[in-house]
Design a protein around this ligand. Sequence first.
Ligand SMILES: Cc1cc2nc3c(=O)[nH]c(=O)nc-3n(C[C@H](O)[C@H](O)[C@H](O)COP(=O)(O)OP(=O)(O)OC[C@H]3O[C@@H](n4cnc5c(N)ncnc54)[C@H](O)[C@@H]3O)c2cc1C
Length: 472
Amino acid sequence: MTVPGTSLLNQFAAIVGEAYALRDPSSIVPYLTEPREKFVGRTPMVLRPGSVAEVSAIMRLAHDTGTAIVPQGGNTGLVGGQIPSADASQIIVSLTRLNRVRAVDVDSNTMTVEAGLTLAMAQTTADDVDRLFPLSLASEGSCQIGGNLSTNAGGTSVLAYGNARELTLGLEVVLPSGEIWDGLRKLRKDNTGYDLKDVFIGAEGTLGIITAAVLKLFPKPRGISVAFVGVADPPAALALLNVARGKAGTALTAAEIMSRLALETVVAHLPGARDPLAEPHGWYMMLEISSPNSQADAEQIVEAIFETAMERGIVEDGVRSESLEQAAAFWRLRHGLSDVQKFLGGSIKHDVAVPVSAIPELLSRAETAMQAVIPNSRPFPFGHLGDGNIHLNLTQPADMDKKAFLARWDEVNQAVHAIVTELGGTVSAEHGIGTLKRDLLPTVKSPVEMGVMRALKAALDPTGIMNPGKVL
Ligand SMILES: Cc1cc2nc3c(=O)[nH]c(=O)nc-3n(C[C@H](O)[C@H](O)[C@H](O)COP(=O)(O)OP(=O)(O)OC[C@H]3O[C@@H](n4cnc5c(N)ncnc54)[C@H](O)[C@@H]3O)c2cc1C
């Protein structure tokens, strides 16, 4: 693609107004690097439209002039999908100003929100009407609904409520042609032809720009209790998960696991964090119980889980939150894990999922395999045990050069992904494909699947202007 010239940039700027067309390099910088600083792009302009009509006009001009567009939400994506290429040919469209709550329909249990609303604000909007919007990620203060849907985000509540796709009833999308598809339906049942919303959810901005969505609301739990538990190893964690499922049923709303190194690191580097347990343990689990009845009910369920797990010798020690503040403090430890790894130097990441029953085998085999590739490297696994998704990260050996360690990224990935594939798993559970895993896609999808995906892309974006170079 060619770099857009000044006259074309002026036409784009005229659509949103000069104040919302950033050209000055210093104001553009924050849009060019993603959280891990693995991808750094260049762009001649960041457009910040304030209405769907402006997004549509931008896409129409882009379509007519063959200009590549990169949609960007909160810029918290972890696979480089929101970052433009390095040749300065692609214009970023930031959805940040499209952040209105259009409607809340309590009787239908839905809210209709614009793509730029942050996830935290969406949660607050639900809370204000005594409802729950359950999507929850460590990045929720910055990530936006449009980004969440475009990556089909997962997070800590997938076990009970499903991922972003399952939380969405309707969408409004600006197509690469500039046409607006208004699919903002609130229907729980609608079998009228192909489900177009599912095409755009998880498409990582390669098929169109999501501008609004109808999201599902749920009853707000009347009691929440979080247990923080020490266990010897992953088989014990799995046994505890089974006890918790049996005692709590649908009240089990999260089941997270973290290694000792993960807990030690977050306690050492997150201000105000402390180890909830007196003695060190090999592994830790967090179980969240949400009761539709009362706080006492939630606490009783946790006690019943503890009792059975202690009787069976599954847990070594455990505490339950005594207040909402303490529950939040436990969650702070879990949500801090992504960020604190940087204090140990370089980190090679994996976002994999396997059937829940295969998690102990995955952890044991992958740790051995990673350490065989880089001796003395330190596995730093944590994640969503309840839905089978583990962030199987590897921290560099203390005495190794960070650059030399990170240069082995692909080699370590290959060793881990081979085991994941053998166990019937996936190499991207919730972060998506973006640029980071684009070349992996044909190795995990059949030629038939790749063909269908390419046909969809060609049908919706025949000139290839929508986030080129991502996913396919
Ligand atoms: C600390 C931390 C913790 C995280 N934890 C989790 C987790 O638990 N689970 C999880 O799933 N993810 C997690 N993530 C990843 C990230 O937060 C999610 O992928 C999030 O959904 C991205 O939203 P965003 O608004 O930041 O999107 P961006 O990063 O801006 O964009 C992500 C992708 O979506 C596209 N896009 C953005 N907005 C639109 C739109 N309106 N229309 C079309 N395409 C669009 C972009 O082009 C890009 O391909 C975490 C990230 C961080 C930094």
